[in-house]
Design a protein around this ligand. Structure first.
Ligand code: 5AD
Ligand code: SF4
Length: 444
């Protein structure tokens, strides 16, 4: 491979979950610290990082078509790095199939990008899919520029081994970042302008650590500590597993005002038979009991979930139990997916794979029920007065877009600026957002 000049500009394209968004931002900061600048809009970058997701179908195919699209008319390409979970799962194969890719870097190794870029510029392709716990965070530069709402990774990986899921293989075992490192990053994010922090992890509520006094604390202890920062207005966390919903965390929802009334708690299915085959280690009933306790602590909590339809062996009766669960919960919003066999996972080789047209039809019915639930939740918010964190300008002149405490998108007109927390009366509900009327600026 020929040598190429060191890249001067970069573009990071992130797919998939919030963790990838966070990783993408950290990679951008890392490249920035190397003196590589973001490529101007519409211009080709010298270095392109494809930060991939492997959780559902067509992830790999999407990567190959993206690589193809980066090709120039003369057949050459910018320096391409494939990062994220597809890199972790299929790194060697990508190297073999796509000569244009010069670097493959897994989610636990991206702090090594600068060395890999030097290698690649010198004509040597580089793969790093090692999974050393923690090394990455220590090696990344400090955070500088953020919007009003920022992600903060506190935990990575998963030990739950749901039978359909690749995460335990691509992100590795559960690790918690140390309390002090998280607190320091939170302080830096707040100094850089963040008003809201979303603590993220594949199993964020499994986070454990030791506080400044050496006491063992869970996510609730971390939330309580972060809430003491006077310049931080809001705290959220995602994604949680029902089994790690501790009493302390549930109580925090009732006691910590800055902890927003929103809980994303995936259930996946409503049939205990299917939940067992998924290795979820909770039942529909135990899940609903958790939600009852959360609601008792914080009556206005907005609930969110993830669902999979068409898991191997799912019958019409099983699916009907999913619909009953949806009706029982009254979700504020949800994500729902067709089951996708992931190579190497136990479910991929189970009997009873469900026909695609059956999955399509079930997904449609489920989404109709979830959309109706979301619409009803939004409708019930009309007449409420709440604080909205302004995140960006709206589509029309003088219009602003922000988030309610319940994570609804709210647009309104009037005097405001990005990063303001403003008081808004919710006046009209649409399926995906609400319109509000500005009351008064609460905090600048
Ligand atoms: N097929 C379909 N959906 C999946 N998810 C995870 N693995 C699969 C799969 N193999 C969904 C789950 C999870 C969300 C992040 O993605 O609902 O909670
Ligand atoms: Fe995947 Fe289950 Fe772990 Fe979530 S809890 S990341 S669905 S294995």
């Amino acid at each position: 491979m020929a040598t190429t000049p060191a890249p001067k500009t970069y573009r990071v394209k992130s797919f998939g979950c919030q963790m990838n968004v966070y990783d993408g931002e950290r990679m951008a900061e890392l490249l920035g610290a190397q003196g590589i600048a973001p490529a101007p809009e519409g211009e080709e970058a010298d270095l392109v990082v494809l930060n991939t997701c492997h959780i559902r179908e067509k992830a790999a195919e999407k990567v190959y078509s993206d690589i193809g699209r980066l090709k120039r008319e003369d057949g050459s390409s910018p320096l391409i790095a494939v990062a994220g979970c597809v890199a972790q799962a299929e790194g060697e194969e990508i190297m073999a199939r796509a000569p244009a890719v010069k670097m493959v870097v897994g989610p636990q190794a991206y702090h090594r990008l600068p060395e890999m870029i030097a290698e690649a510029s010198a004509g040597r392709r580089a793969v790093d899919t090692d999974m050393p716990a923690q090394a990455k965070f220590d090696a990344l530069p400090a955070r500088r520029k953020v919007g009003p709402s920022a992600f903060l990774t506190v935990q990575e990986g998963c030990d739950k081994f749901c039978t359909y899921c690749v995460v335990p293989y691509t992100r590795g075992a559960e690790i918690s970042r140390p309390f002090s490192a998280i607190v320091a990053e939170a302080e830096r994010l707040v100094e850089a302008g963040a008003k809201e922090l979303t603590l993220i992890g594949q199993n964020v509520n499994a986070w454990t650590g030791e506080d400044g006094q050496g006491r063992a604390v869970g996510l609730d202890g971390l939330v309580r500590h972060l809430a003491e920062n006077p310049d931080l207005a809001r705290i959220r966390y995602t994604t949680s597993h029902p089994n790690d919903m501790t009493e302390g965390l549930i109580a925090a929802h009732g006691e910590v005002a800055k902890l927003m009334p929103f809980l994303h708690l995936p259930v996946q299915a409503g049939s205990n038979r299917i939940l067992k085959a998924m290795n979820r280690s909770h039942t529909a009933q135990s899940y609903l009991e958790i939600l009852d306790r959360v609601r008792a602590a914080r009556p206005d909590i907005a609930l969110s979930g993830d669902f999979i339809v068409g898991f191997p062996g799912e019958t019409e009766e099983d699916f009907a139990e999913t619909l009953s669960l949806v009706a029982a919960v009254g979700y504020a919003q949800c994500f729902s997916f067709k089951y996708s066999p992931r190579p190497g996972t136990p479910a991929a080789t189970m009997d009873g794979q469900v026909a695609p047209e059956v999955m399509d039809e079930r997904l449609q019915r489920l989404q109709a029920a979830l959309n109706a639930s979301q619409q009803a939740f939004n409708q019930a918010s009309v007449g409420r007065r709440c604080q909205v964190l302004v995140e960006r300008k709206g589509r029309h002149d003088g219009q602003w877009l922000g988030k309610s405490p319940w994570l609804q998108s709210v647009h309104f007109a009037g005097e405001a600026a990005i990063g303001d927390l403003v008081e808004v009366d919710m006046v009209e509900a649409g399926p995906n957002s609400l319109s509000g009327r500005l009351v008064a600026t609460a905090t600048a």
